[in-house]
Design a binder for this molecule. Structure first.
Ligand SMILES: *Cc1c(COP(=O)(O)O)cnc(C)c1O
Length: 435
């Protein structure tokens, strides 16, 4: 912690030294808003509206059905997949942008369990983290039912003990959505493989946020989200990666015609395409893919592939370090518990603050002041006082468009909300459908 309290001027000075400062102007951000929720829905790149409008008016309106070929619609999942691959340490031709994270998880988890079943039929267990994102656990429950497997949920600290010779698949989210804690992908993958299990990684809070090296880690399967740090827009297509050593060994279960070796041969028998294309299912959402490509390009504006991620990571850690320091300097008396690891190697691109009471109305009061983060409820069934049980204020930092001055102002507002009774007003207490 800095001994001399930091000032707004210090933060503004950091902005003048920031090599990524120019990237902010590529986003359309509303006046008066400090946006710290790019981990839920990334901001709008300025060119997206025009690109989507052209896709509607010209490609669809004028080109009509011809645009599947002439405008390259047919290649979009692979083309965007290659760009995403460069951000997650994967080879070209091993990623497709398609469907949702939930659906892609269904495909890869089914494939992983199916492969484990061929190689080691006695392995009938899927292990995951109790505090994994619920949709991941819900999908796993369904896949397990279909395959006669059992889903075992453990704390991160219990992973090693859980990796027995009964485990078929370890399914983890690389950066935890609640705490922002990050697994060491390489080490965990190695330990799972040593125990004879396959590993499925969810990169929802990693792609575009932290450097990822899927190929180096020798991971087996990965999925990730298009609308968070990849700025693809609400409900953007997600992505799926399969290590090339596995791709052609197994059909994924959603065997639609876009995953067929020859979709336009219109043969009655399913024959999977070679390579990652078999992870496509039906006709792709072209307008959404156009928007997603703008979002992925907005990340690649920071550099090519791994270089972009290294530059973004440097700034992301500086932003989250600054936020943690300022919260500790200015909000020390307000019962906030830092749940995000301080250790850089274990931190994603968000900072989560737990509070036993009032987290929801505090966030609503912040949003009313133009500081947009979000709230995640604690699990009432978790042990009392355990971080899983506490309500969380989440602040996501996107180095593409967040400045160091943003961090200063956000903490200024947080301090003001906490030290007044502002957040106790009734209007901040009524819960909306989406928190
Ligand atoms: C955001 C997120 C999802 C979202 O899944 P959808 O299918 O897009 O609703 C899934 N898993 C994790 C870990 C997430 O953070």
């Amino acid at each position: 912690m800095a001994t001399v309290p930091l000032s707004l001027r210090d933060c503004e000075h950091l902005d003048t030294q920031d090599p990524l400062q120019h990237l902010r102007s590529a986003f359309q951000l509303p006046q008066g808003v400090i946006y710290l929720d790019g981990n839920s829905l990334g901001a709008l790149p300025r060119n997206t509206a025009q690109v989507v409008a052209d896709a509607v008016r010209t490609e669809w309106g004028e080109g009509l059905i011809r645009s599947w070929n002439d405008a390259g619609w047919i290649d979009l999942p692979q083309r965007i997949g290659d760009k995403i691959a460069s951000l997650i340490g994967a080879a070209p031709g091993t990623v497709v942008a398609t469907d949702s994270t939930s659906i892609n998880l269904y495909k890869v988890l089914s494939a992983a369990i199916g492969m484990a079943g061929q190689d080691a039929p006695q392995r009938k267990r899927v292990v995951s983290e109790r505090s994994n994102f619920p949709t991941d656990l819900y999908i796993a429950q369904s896949v397990c039912r279909q395959h006669g497997c059992e889903l075992q949920l453990v704390d991160a600290s219990e992973l090693d003990a859980a990796l027995t010779d009964e485990v078929a698949v370890l399914m983890l989210t690389h950066v935890n959505y609640r705490t922002g804690a990050m697994f060491d992908m390489q080490a965990v993958t190695r330990r799972a493989h040593a125990a004879g299990a396959l590993v499925v990684w969810d990169l929802a809070h990693s792609a575009g946020a932290v450097p990822v090296a899927l190929q180096d880690a020798q991971a087996d399967y990965a999925v990730g989200c298009g609308y968070k740090y990849l700025n693809g827009g609400p409900g953007a297509p997600a992505f799926v990666w399969v290590h090339p050593r596995h791709t052609d060994r197994f059909w994924q279960p959603l065997s639609g015609w876009f995953g067929h070796a020859a979709p336009f041969a219109f043969t009655p028998g399913y024959e999977p395409a070679q390579g990652i294309q078999r992870y496509l299912c039906g006709t792709q959402p072209i307008l959404s893919l156009r928007a997603l490509e703008c979002g992925v390009d907005s990340v690649l504006a920071a550099g090519t592939g791994g270089d972009a991620m290294r530059a973004l990571r440097r700034k992301s850690l500086a932003l989250t370090d600054l936020f943690i320091t300022l919260v500790e300097q200015r909000c020390a008396s307000h019962d906030l518990k830092l749940v995000t690891p301080r250790e850089h190697a274990r931190r994603g691109s968000q900072v989560s603050l737990a509070r036993q009471d009032g987290a929801y109305p505090i966030m609503q009061a912040l949003i009313a002041r133009g500081v947009i983060g979000d709230f995640r409820a604690g699990d009432p069934q978790a042990t009392l006082g355990h971080v899983d049980q506490m309500d969380i204020l989440r602040f996501g930092f996107t180095p593409l468009y967040n400045s160091f001055a943003d961090v200063w102002h956000a903490v200024e507002h947080l301090q003001a909300v906490l030290s007044s009774s502002e957040w106790t007003q009734a209007r901040f207490n009524s819960k909306q459908a989406v928190t």
